[in-house]
Design a binder for this molecule. Structure first.
Ligand code: T4K
Length: 369
């Protein structure tokens, strides 16, 4: 087959269950005319997801960004927050929406997460929290992070948008820190078209989060704060219930595709990829590689273009760094000299396509040649 006839391969392709599995749920929604505001499917999905993820309390949201913004509000975070520049821009935007100053700290070169050993130097009297990201689903150093937070009296809110189902030493990654947020966007391992959640560890906190996502209502006539509307609707919740039946299989297939990539790319000079970490259950949400121009012979951007010419659309997540966007680049912590590793990784990273039914052999062949 000529290149012209090849079907494009995008960086991801959302998993969708067979439509007939969803239809009975839609019929129920149509019958009941209960479309949103803590409906039956919302209740069921919230409970099933809490059990599936092995967490204590979880509140569903309409997307991950509103979950992040609300998580910061719930903890009453103000002043300065230490965060990573190597993430999707929504992480830092959630601070901006709360009038909080982001303070960027560099990442570590092994898994591209916030470098815990560089956090203390960035703490000031105005620092109130740390907002780390389990980037590409790889866990941050959660134990050391907590030690630092405890020493300095800081909250930790994890952006776990990539970390659905990830476990460390058999414990859900979502059980660390004060709060964690998830995203169920179309491009994520687990999707409800759009969607998200906040995970917390006690009932009172969940109650307040539930008020905040519903305009601050704590009863028919009581408003306890300036809440927003970030409720998940019944359609999203119904889809979530059906998706949950397929998620284990879906992650298993992603794992096989990751292994195939690793096998195929292992002897290529100048192409680096991440291996599984001992005692971590991964979700294989992304397959980032680093391109070393000197060893591989062409730059990351040249490889990106070459794949594109062959209708393979990898993505340079997360380039450019958040710290280089106009909203944030004037911050003193955004300087390149403060973030050498993040700048280097952002120049070299390319996320290769990964999704359950992908045949990645052509991608590997193109990278080898
Ligand atoms: N924190 C982190 C660390 C995040 O990564 C994200 C979101 C958030 C917070 C915020 O969570 P949400 O508010 O989104 O729930 C995408 C997603 O829009 C975004 O959700 C995600 N991170 C980010 C990493 O990726 P783009 O700008 O790359 O999306 P887009 O439209 O270019 O799509 C990417 C690829 O996926 C394309 O090749 C096409 C394919 N695709 C996309 C959609 C929407 C499909 O095949 N079907 C689809 O429906 O941001």
């Amino acid at each position: 087959m000529s290149n012209k006839d090849e079907k494009p391969i995008l960086v991801t392709s959302p998993f969708l269950p067979p439509l007939e599995e969803l239809m009975p749920y839609l019929e129920k929604i149509w019958e009941s005319r209960w479309l949103t505001n803590n409906g039956q499917f919302h209740k069921e999905f919230e409970q099933q997801l809490t059990d599936f993820l092995d967490v204590k309390y979880l509140s569903l949201f309409t997307n991950g960004t509103l979950a992040l913004i609300t998580a910061l509000q719930e903890m009453r975070i103000t002043g300065e927050v230490i965060t990573t520049p190597f993430s999707f821009v929504a992480t830092t935007h959630s601070l901006w929406w709360n009038n909080i100053k982001p303070v960027f700290v560099d990442i570590e070169p092994d898994h591209y997460n916030l470098d815990v050993e560089k956090i203390e130097a960035a703490i000031t009297p105005r620092t109130t929290a740390i907002l780390p990201v389990h980037i590409f689903g790889n866990p941050c150093n959660v134990y050391r992070m907590q030690e630092i937070a405890d020493t300095h009296g800081l909250k930790v809110i994890y952006d776990a948008a990539h970390a659905f189902g990830v476990r460390v030493n058999k414990n859900s990654i979502l059980n660390f820190g004060d709060l964690s947020i998830l995203s169920f966007h179309a491009t994520k391992v687990f999707n409800t078209f759009e969607g998200g959640a906040i995970i917390c560890h006690d009932e009172k906190t969940k109650k307040r989060i539930d008020y905040l996502k519903n305009f601050g209502f704590a009863g028919e006539t009581t408003v306890v704060g300036p809440g927003i509307n970030s409720k998940m609707n019944e359609f999203q919740a119904a889809l979530g219930l059906v998706q949950l039946k397929h998620i284990d299989q879906s992650i298993k297939k992603r794992r096989e595709i990751s292994q195939f990539y690793r096998e195929g790319l292992k002897n290529i000079d100048g192409i680096f990829f991440l291996n599984d970490i001992q005692n971590v259950k991964h979700n294989y949400s992304y397959f980032p590689v680093l391109v070393d121009e000197e060893k591989y012979g062409i730059t990351r951007d040249e490889l990106y273009e070459k794949l594109k010419e062959n209708k393979i659309y990898g993505r340079r997540y997360f380039y450019p760094l958040i710290s280089s966007f106009s909203t944030y680049k004037s911050l003193s912590s955004a300087k390149k000299t403060n973030l050498p590793i993040a700048n280097q990784i952002a120049e070299q990273v390319l996320c290769l396509p990964i999704y359950p039914d992908l045949d990645n052999s052509r991608i590997i062949e193109l990278i080898i040649r």
